[in-house]
Design a protein around this ligand. Structure first.
Ligand SMILES: [Zn+2]
Length: 320
């Protein structure tokens, strides 16, 4: 099969035959196309993913273009998470998707269903950039003992519970319709003091990685909702301290950690830019700051990628 340009930013791979080998449900479509290739005037949908080589934890933008037949629905998935396509124009559907932090590859699948009953399957496989082996890999990190001391089993169990709770909030966000109709905002205007993904490696294994973005701020400084959403949780976690999780719908959740004060309650609908809490130093921190995190479904993603989504991804014409 020819590679369609193979650019770094976008590529289109439409595969029926490959997929059908694994999905008997589509065998009928495959047979029909194979038996009557000359009468298949139907043009297959084009699926593109940007960027094609996202960083681990990156959010990709997915576009599906389908000319011709009337499309009833477009569904899909990526890395085990549902994609929520929105119709941008008569023939263009868009969604965002999550590149897992740990995966070496991920497949975006889109299922286009037509009024005729036909279903087309489109696939794009993406891979994060290959990381050159670090020449400055630390042999032994000088980490404070409070970060390396083994946790007692009760504390570890609590952390596991809290992590599972956060994942569950992400999963539930798939069932909430997208609540935002404008771009995402930074929760603080201040400097980023630690980026997403910075980490340490021991024996070739990442043992500690920063899965959020830190913003500077003194105790009591304002923390704002990055977008409209519903407060899914306001609680105290062992590592994250006082936390607020916002369910923005469409699978997207943002989290705000280490707060000194929470100004919202579970179930509240908060507006984009609304003050939801105050910067603090609760939980396991070395000083006051805001740690901002995001999930797409159960997967942790880089919240900064939310800031650059175009208007297509928060279309105003959707129904609620
Ligand atoms: Zn942080």
């Amino acid at each position: 099969m020819t590679n369609d340009g193979g650019t770094e930013t976008s590529s289109v791979v439409v595969s029926l035959s490959m997929k059908i080998l694994h999905l008997p449900a589509f065998a009928a479509v495959f047979v029909a196309l194979s038996a009557f290739p000359l009468v298949a005037q139907h043009s297959l949908p084009g699926l593109s993913v940007t960027p094609l080589r996202p960083a681990p934890g990156g959010i990709v933008r997915v576009a599906l273009e389908s000319a011709g037949d009337s499309v009833l629905t477009v569904t899909g998935d990526m890395a085990g998470e549902a994609l929520h396509f929105r119709r941008s124009t008569q023939s263009l559907w868009r969604a965002i998707g999550p590149m897992p932090v740990d995966a070496t590859t991920a497949t975006v699948r889109a299922f286009t269903e037509y009024s005729s009953g036909r279903v087309d399957t489109s696939l794009v496989s993406i891979t994060p950039p290959v990381r050159a082996p670090s020449t400055s890999r630390p042999r032994r990190l000088a980490v404070s003992s409070r970060f390396t001391r083994p946790l007692d089993s009760a504390t570890q169990a609590r952390i596991d519970r809290e992590n599972e709770l956060a994942r569950e909030i992400g999963r539930r966000a798939h069932d909430t319709p997208p609540l935002w109709s404008a771009s995402f905002l930074r929760p603080r205007p201040s400097a980023v003091t630690s980026r997403f993904g910075s980490g340490r490696m021991f024996n070739g294994t990442v043992t500690s990685r920063h899965l959020g973005v830190d913003f500077s701020g003194g105790v009591g400084a304002t923390v704002r909702a990055a977008n409209r959403g519903v407060v899914a949780l306001a609680d105290t976690f062992f590592l994250a301290g006082s936390v607020v999780y916002l369910d923005h719908g469409g699978g997207v959740v943002t989290g705000y950690f280490h707060l000194s004060r929470t100004l919202v309650s579970p179930g509240d609908t908060v507006e984009r830019g609304q003050q939801i809490g105050l910067v603090g130093a609760t939980g396991r921190v070395t000083g006051p700051h805001l740690h901002w995190s995001a999930r797409y479904g159960a997967l942790t993603v880089n919240p900064v990628d939310l800031l650059s989504l175009g208007a297509y991804y928060y279309g105003a014409q959707r129904e609620r």
